[in-house]
Design a protein around this ligand. Structure first.
Ligand code: EPZ
Length: 417
């Protein structure tokens, strides 16, 4: 099992280009299944979740090749409509393929996505929406057996929670449905807009993505297209946190600053100076950060839950007490126990975490329990005195491309063994 070794404290400098967004690449790869000719996705990140999605597409019968950050998907001969349990377990977000498989094959067989490190991952919103669109779904023995007795039809769907995955599954299934679908209280994340842009390039008719109501007019045919995946706003926020905690001046490139609007004010509150340019952000951090009075995770355009762990790590050395409220997932504080091993002063009460800034962190062996929690350990390890050893890298590799090489290129003493 490989480990990351970080010798701290570190100072970072230079410029880092941010890779394509994992949470946009995955739904785009699923949506490609609906096309009747080849799709090309540019700026796809080199991540294990993307590899798993490639395996799923190949299993479904697509011809898939990858060259660097370009992914070529030819769905012409797709014929399977099931995802093997092993692949479902490899990546919980495989549920994002449900709408695409049904939209293409009029049937789908998936095992119920297991829970993950963030707690149970219900899919009730996905299933009730698809049922409204004419999909018959049997749930038994942990398996989802879906069929379309007549046709997939447009429907009026109001989401009780602006679920990202449910919004994506509905958009994808509705693209080739018979009639118009309206999604009320839809998710507004940039990844939703990216998916709508892709589908519209393929001939779909989707309006309102990024706002609360999305209207999809079903069309009969979708053709392939070329599309560049948006940059990963969570990876960008993670590197900003790494620069902030190490008192560094760093430029992050290939970003869309507008996607970081919910995050930038917190780095300014922490005492960092941010110079926002068209596709770059330069951050200059003070020697010691100010505390963050209150960080509440919310659906976009609120503060993103995926940035909670890395930003919490950054506040462990701030002067004063920072308060976090995790409103999206039930148990997204698994990184707290590991941060305590590094000397942080954090107390969790249900959804609230109280971080008392300390003078110093000291290196220790720690283990990542989930993707963003692992990123938090890297952020803290960069500033800790002495050696930090991080295991559980399979989580990190799901969302961060070559993190040790990229940090080492910025001057950090980090290596993977
Ligand atoms: C997406 O997950 C992201 N994953 C997550 O990123 C991200 O944290 C999340 O959106 C919120 O922004 C991908 O895009 C692949 P949700 P998703 O449906 O779609 C509840 C990362 O680290 N819910 O918006 O699963 C659910 O339990 C990952 O990159 C229901 O109750 O998120 C959760 O509490 C982690 N019923 C909340 O909604 C449902 O049917 C948010 O879930 C669906 C969701």
């Amino acid at each position: 099992m490989s480990k990351l070794f970080i010798h701290g404290p570190n100072h970072l400098e230079g410029e880092i280009a941010i890779h394509g967004a994992k949470n946009s690449t995955l739904p785009l790869m699923a949506a490609a299944l609906l096309c009747e000719s080849r799709c090309v996705l540019h700026n796809c990140p080199n991540l294990s979740d993307v590899d798993t999605s490639l395996k799923i597409l190949r299993h479904l019968g697509c011809r898939v090749t990858r060259s660097g950050s370009d992914v070529f998907i030819d769905p012409t001969d797709a014929g399977n409509s099931d995802i093997p349990d092993l692949l479902m377990r490899e990546m919980r977000s495989s549920i994002i393929f449900l709408g695409a498989i049904i939209g293409r094959m009029n049937r789908a067989t998936l095992s119920f996505p297991g829970g993950c490190e963030l707690g149970p991952r219900p899919i009730d919103l996905h299933l009730s929406a698809l049922r409204k669109m004419g999909v018959a779904i049997d749930e038994d023995h942990g398996c989802l057996d879906c069929s379309v007795p007549e046709e997939i039809r447009g429907a009026g769907i109001n989401l009780s929670f602006p679920s990202v995955g449910a919004t994506e599954n509905i958009m994808i299934a509705a693209s080739r449905a018979n009639g118009v679908t309206m999604i009320g209280n839809a998710a507004r994340e940039p990844e939703i807009v990216d998916l709508a842009d892709f589908l519209n390039k393929c001939g779909a008719s989707i309006r309102g993505a990024g706002e609360g109501t999305i209207v999809i007019e079903g069309v009969k045919h979708l053709h392939g297209c070329e599309h560049r995946v948006i940059p990963d706003r969570i990876t960008a926020a993670t590197y900003l946190a790494a620069a902030a905690i190490t008192g560094s001046t760093l430029t992050i490139a290939d970003v869309i600053p507008g996607h970081l609007a919910p995050v930038i004010p917190l780095f300014e509150e922490a005492g960092c100076k941010l110079d926002v340019m068209e596709r770059k952000i330069m951050i200059s951090a003070p020697k010691r950060l100010n505390r963050l009075k209150s960080v509440r995770t919310m659906p976009y355009p609120g503060f993103p839950t995926d940035a909670q762990a890395p930003v919490m790590a950054m506040t462990t050395l701030a002067s004063g007490t920072s308060i976090f409220v995790e409103n999206i997932f039930e148990s997204r504080y698994k990184h707290v126990g590991e941060l305590l091993r590094l000397g942080a002063g954090i107390k969790v009460e249900g959804r609230v975490a109280v971080v008392e800034g300390v003078e110093r962190l000291s290196g220790a062996p720690v283990e990542a329990a989930d993707l963003r929690g692992g990123a938090a350990l890297v952020v803290a390890g960069l500033a800790a005195q002495g050696d930090t050893e991080i295991t559980g890298l399979k989580h990190l590799d799901r969302g961060y491309e070559n993190i040790e090489q990229r940090l080492a290129a910025l001057g950090a003493d980090v290596r993977r063994v």
